[in-house]
Design a protein around this ligand. Structure first.
Ligand SMILES: [Zn+2]
Length: 255
């Protein structure tokens, strides 16, 4: 049994064959998925999927790249959605210094507001981090994010930063990059972080694991991530699948 903790089946890349993609995921043993919405259209679609499929849950929040677009009404809307039984986390939120659509100060403000919201509704948070590790860690500490905890989604930092995040009550989620031949850091992180603190994800349609690198990703491929972690940690595939699924059910409070 596998739990893909970060999918974007709400993306337009699945418009034509969503049913087949979901079918293949189930055949691969994926029993749960978290569909992440990060702006108005993708949040709406994530809610639609979570209502339609028993095994799909939703995570709703605002992406840092689009921080300039978030209004007060959007924040209220996200808070209202948080009461829905299938909404299990707030995000993805965070900082992205790769793209410059949203100035850093606005990204930080929108990030802080969402952490405060997550604490108010008592849901864990899902972090998107691109080239902004130091600021992310500082804001999580200042805002007391440890109270709700959460997930460092598609973690690409060093083992040292991973350990910092564990201290703040966060899980480390690894995706396709851990399978890339030249990906030194994710492999080190997989080795250092205890299996009880690891999650697996695809972040599909992005970041497809080896040997699909560069192609459209899909939830069924999360199996390849679990296999790679099993190899690195010297555990069986079943153990990695079982423990990461139990970890995800715990953080998302799914029975
Ligand atoms: Zn994502």
């Amino acid at each position: 049994m596998l739990f893909d903790t970060h999918v974007h089946l709400n993306a337009e890349q699945y418009e034509d064959d969503l049913e087949e993609v979901i079918q293949r995921a189930q055949e691969a043993g994926v029993s749960y998925m978290i569909c992440v919405g990060f702006d108005r259209p993708t949040i709406n679609k994530a809610m639609e999927l979570a209502e339609k499929y028993e095994f799909i849950y939703a995570c709703v929040g605002w992406h840092p790249v689009d921080a300039v677009d978030m209004t007060d009404e959007d924040l209220i809307w996200i808070e209202e959605l948080a009461a829905h039984p299938k909404v299990v986390a707030i995000g993805e939120m965070g900082l992205d210094y790769h793209w410059d659509k949203s100035p850093k100060d606005i990204q930080k403000e929108v990030f802080r507001k969402q952490i405060q919201l997550a604490k108010k509704v008592k849901l864990p948070i899902v972090i998107h981090n691109r080239e902004a590790t130091a600021d992310i860690v500082e804001i999580l500490q200042e805002e007391g994010a440890a109270e709700v905890g959460g997930i460092m989604h598609c973690f690409s930092g060093s083992p040292e930063v991973a350990v910092e995040c564990l201290k703040m009550n966060f899980y480390i989620s690894l995706g396709g990059p851990v399978t890339f031949k030249n990906a030194k850091k994710p492999k080190e992180v997989a080795a250092v972080v205890p299996i009880e603190k690891l999650l697996i994800e695809t972040d599909c349609p992005y970041l497809a694991p080896h040997p699909y690198r560069g192609k459209r990703n899909e939830p069924g491929y999360v199996k390849l991530v679990a296999e790679q972690i099993a190899e690195i940690k010297g555990l069986s595939f079943e153990e990695v699948a079982d423990v990461t699924t139990a970890n995800a059910k715990k953080i998302f409070d799914i029975n």
